[in-house]
Design a protein around this ligand. Structure first.
Ligand code: PGA
Length: 243
């Protein structure tokens, strides 16, 4: 793993925005895997302001988000679709059909998971997967467990994960869905390159375990040790427990 430390999360976001735009200009048909949550907010702010200021060609880019809540979609304030539209897609010239998320409102969730895997394969696979990490070591909604799912699947959210998401639901834990559709571990590990960003001391234990600990289903991000092109971008807080 290639570990990079930044004094401030804004510097991290600026650096990753620059690299993403460079990758985009080298390959206009780039396939990007995208996260939601608090951590990438600064990255998306940077990407949209640079896209508005200068020429960034999003017309052929395809994106696949990691996950979506079951039961939510466009029009639901707490959905990751709404988050992505507000944070990025509504501000750049991406083709709506090229901006993919699993459909949390699909009538047949198993079929939707299979469709999502096929869509990623048809796009040629993910070139760069950007990830956050949960304080419990999850990536996407692959939660710590005795076993992990390989492909896009229906995930049961742990209580701490739901609590961490309550802010998107007016602070009401009861309003946070209990299930989500999430890329699986093999979906994520299948990306040609992975960039994981983590900020804040509350992530420092998960980050240390991911980098220095044993590979374990109890800390799903630890499997990234087996991928040959991973960059981990950390602010001071998230790096606090590293040697
Ligand atoms: P956060 O979520 O950026 O809101 O902390 C990260 C994650 O759970 O993957």
């Amino acid at each position: 793993m290639n570990i990079e430390r930044f004094d401030h999360e804004d510097a991290l976001a600026t650096t990753l925005a620059t690299r993403t735009i460079e990758a985009l200009s080298l390959n206009p048909r780039l396939v990007l895997g995208l996260p939601t949550g608090r951590t990438p907010v600064a990255l998306y702010r940077e990407l949209r302001s640079r896209s508005q200021r200068g020429h960034v060609d999003w017309s052929q880019v395809r994106t696949f988000n990691l996950d979506e809540f079951v039961g939510l979609g466009a029009g639901d304030a707490g959905s990751y679709r709404s988050y992505m539209q507000a944070e990025l897609f509504d501000h750049v010239r991406i083709e709506p059909l090229n901006a993919g998320l699993p459909d949390g409102r699909a009538a047949n969730l198993a079929a939707e998971c299979a469709r999502y895997e096929r869509a990623i394969a048809l796009a040629g696979g993910i070139d760069i997967q950007i990830l956050g990490i949960g304080a419990n070591g999850h990536i996407g909604f692959n939660e710590p467990a005795d076993s992990l799912a390989a492909e896009t699947h229906v995930a049961v959210l742990q209580q701490d994960t739901r609590a961490a998401n309550a802010g998107w639901f007016g602070g009401h834990l009861s309003a946070v869905p209990t299930h989500a559709l999430s890329m699986g571990m093999a979906t994520i590990m299948g990306a040609r390159e992975i960039v994981l960003m983590a900020t804040g001391e509350e992530k420092s234990a998960a980050v240390a375990g991911m980098i220095d600990g044993p590979i374990t289903t109890r800390l799903p991000a630890s499997f990234l040790q087996l991928h040959s092109r991973v960059t981990v971008m950390l602010d001071r807080g998230a790096a606090l427990r590293l040697a």
